[in-house]
Design a protein around this ligand. Structure first.
Ligand code: PBG
Length: 326
């Protein structure tokens, strides 16, 4: 006699639904939006099929579509004109900058939409690095913090609900927390890109955001993909400095790191299913090499690994898939 027959719990769809350990929900997803200067623009991004550049005046329909799909969290990335870029990314804290206008517009269209803004300088600096450079081209840490704080405060003033610093400077969470509090924004949360690797998987994003560094790479500030103890050090600092949500980025090549961070810390954990991960899978599905189920399975693996929140360009695809599965 065989006492244990695990197949009993796989016998039909209802049973499988009943014992499913991990469930993807539309509430888990944050959808990235790329906002460009100009008017009347909704243009597919060549490196990211089915993802678009929007000018502020074209956001309304997109926000309504997200709401209809049940998606209520967006993270915004701004792409200024080239001529607006300078050494210290000052367009990033212009109160009429592309992000500041986009936040105000989204809140007009849908006040309940949870608007998170990416806080970084690489889209705004002429050299494409995430901070202020010294003569040798090294990103200076502490002076960069002052600029990041200005950017975060200007996003909060525009009406952002939460800021997400992605620069990887040391001490930035405390700097942002102090700055936001002093400016009266103690209720604006910080989702920290706590564990952000120097990854080749950001390639399509950098094309989309026109933010590739003009020289060198980001290895003096983003983490070495070989390290996972260091992930715990970074996450712990963010906890101590006052982050509200931690993040691991990228996601799919770092599922072990997601699990370690989840096991060590009790804050909500986000994972960023980045542009390269999206582009690979999306092209395989579009070209008929893989079935759409591969998207569901991959994003499921991120949640199973321990992520509570998933930032993903697949959010709309998944919202539709989840609806159909009901
Ligand atoms: C800005 C930033 C990047 C991403 C999110 N914020 C690019 C980078 O660090 O070079 C990447 C997101 C993605 O690849 O989807 N610093």
């Amino acid at each position: 006699m065989m006492l244990r027959r695990p197949r009993r719990l796989r016998a039909n769809k209802a049973i499988r639904n009943l014992v499913r350990e991990t469930k993807l929900n539309v509430e888990d997803f944050i959808y990235p939006l790329f906002i460009v200067e100009g008017e009347g623009i909704k243009r597919e991004i060549s490196s990211l099929p089915d993802v678009y550049h929007f000018s502020v005046d074209r956001l309304e329909d997109e926000i309504k579509e997200l709401r209809e799909l049940g998606l209520e969290h967006v993270i915004l990335f701004g792409i200024p004109h080239d001529h607006e870029k300078d050494e210290c990314g000052s367009e990033g804290f212009n109160e009429n900058g592309v992000i500041q206008r986009a936040v105000r517009r989204i809140k007009e269209v849908d006040p309940e939409m949870n608007v998170i803004t990416d806080v970084c300088m690489c889209e705004y600096t002429s050299h494409g690095h995430c901070g202020i450079l010294n003569e040798q081209g090294y990103v200076k840490n502490d002076v960069t913090l002052d600029y990041l704080t200005k950017i975060a405060i200007s996003h909060a003033k525009a009406g952002a609900d939460m800021v997400a610093p992605s620069d990887m400077m040391d001490g930035r969470i405390k700097a942002l927390r102090d700055g936001l509090d002093e400016a009266g924004f103690e209720n604006i949360g910080i989702m920290s890109y706590s564990v952000k690797y120097a990854s080749t998987f950001y390639g399509p994003f950098r094309e989309a955001a026109n933010s590739a560094p003009a020289f060198g790479d980001r290895k003096t500030y983003q983490m070495d993909p070989a390290n996972s103890n260091e992930a715990l050090i970074e996450a712990e600092l963010d906890v101590l400095e006052g982050a509200d949500i931690l993040m691991v980025k990228p996601a799919l090549s770092y599922l072990d790191v997601i699990r370690r961070v989840k096991d060590h810390f009790d804050l909500p954990l986000a994972a960023y299913n980045v542009s390269g991960e999206y582009a690979m899978l999306k092209s395989a599905v579009k070209n008929g090499i893989l079935a759409e189920g591969a998207i569901y399975e991959s994003v499921m693996s991120i949640k199973r690994a321990g992520a509570d929140i998933i930032i993903t360009y697949f959010a709309k695809d998944l919202a539709k898939m989840l609806k159909e599965m009901k």
